[in-house]
Write a protein that binds this ligand. Structure first.
Ligand code: SF4
Ligand SMILES: [Zn+2]
Ligand SMILES: [Zn+2]
Length: 325
């Protein structure tokens, strides 16, 4: 029973404390707003693009930020979604997203791979299979989606992009980067992106950073946000395997995901110093002091760690394969 209200519990913390739906809502929202405050994710007057997909995490984020914004009196939000063109998946989640934004009166912008790049993800994957290209679905999808969200949000005049990444996502990515020997990629993680405040690129913020997938699920369920549940048919087996392993390990050792992320945050400043934005890029003098900046891709001008950004690299491979007889 919920100790405070003597109501039926919907959630139990690792220390055994149980919450009814009302107390869970209070606990969850406090956690999100504490993260926003502690990491200075949102300031008064911010214009924020919420990277939305129609899934539970980003829909929950839209719902919370809309309330935080107080009808534009504190900050303002709009939703930016990408239609990758994944049959029987994205069409369904976008339908839910449109209905939600309509109901909550949130402006929604949708950009598609087909229109922006000339092919849908399904078509790109067909090409990958036919030509034996060594690119995975999530590799193509993740890079191109991030690219479009960043580019379009900036073009629309948003200084910040909020994403629905949760504690499970972060713990999985930390382990994946570690297991694959790509620890330098982890310098981009954390509740806010490594892009400096002086940068012209939109800053990424993750207000749900300390909320678990289960907590997001319960919150979205209590507040009746997700009509249906559908999974992407292209899920990457590597992340899947890490997710399953972590879930099993968490069940046997409660608190392990939290420990991975908290331990990671201890070393993140060192990782940023060593591999962060601009660590290998050019330096500019601003206000009399030297600051590091990200490079701009020589092809498209978007942020890049090398001369050409990852999106242009992937588009180059796909377009070359498409034009080859
Ligand atoms: S699981 Fe992979 S392919 Fe599917 S939407 Fe996510 S990143 Fe894209
Ligand atoms: Zn209660
Ligand atoms: Zn580029």
């Amino acid at each position: 029973m919920c100790k405070r209200c003597q109501e039926r519990p919907v959630y139990k913390l690792n220390n055994g404390r149980q919450f009814c739906s009302k107390c869970f809502t209070h606990y969850y929202e406090r956690k999100v707003f504490k993260t926003i405050k502690q990491y200075k994710l949102i300031q008064k007057g911010d214009k924020i693009a919420v990277a939305a997909s129609g899934g539970k995490d980003s829909t929950t984020l839209l719902y919370l930020l809309k309330n935080l914004c107080k009808d534009g009196r504190f900050c303002s939000i709009e939703a930016v979604a990408i239609d990758e063109g994944i049959h029987a998946y994205r069409d369904k989640t976008l339908k839910d997203l449109k209905a939600f934004c309509n109901k909550e009166k949130i402006k929604l912008h949708i950009f598609s791979y087909k229109k922006e790049f000339g092919f849908s993800l399904d078509e790109a994957l067909k090409l990958v299979r036919e030509k034996g290209i060594k690119l995975t679905s999530c590799n193509i999808c993740g890079v191109l989606r991030r690219y479009l969200i960043n580019k379009k949000s900036r073009e629309l005049g948003f200084a910040k992009v909020a994403t629905g990444h949760n504690l499970d996502d972060e713990a999985q990515t930390i382990l994946m980067n570690q297991f694959k020997g790509n620890v330098s990629l982890s310098a981009k993680l954390g509740p806010r992106s490594g892009v400096s405040e002086e940068s012209v690129f939109a800053q990424r913020i993750k207000p749900l950073y300390f909320c678990t997938e289960k907590e997001n699920m319960i919150y979205s369920f209590i507040h009746k946000m997700i009509p249906g549940f559908v999974e992407c048919p292209n899920q990457q087996s590597y992340r899947f395997a890490i997710r399953d392993f972590l879930n099993k390990f968490e069940a046997q050792n409660p608190g392990v995901k939290q420990a991975i992320v908290q331990g990671f945050l201890e070393v993140l400043p060192l990782l940023k110093e060593r591999f962060g934005p601009g660590a290998g890029g050019k330096k500019l003098s601003k206000g009399g002091k030297e600051i590091n900046v990200l490079r701009s891709c020589t092809k498209c001008g978007e942020p890049a760690s090398n001369e050409v950004c990852k999106a242009c690299e992937i588009l180059g491979v796909l377009n070359a394969a498409k034009n080859k007889p």
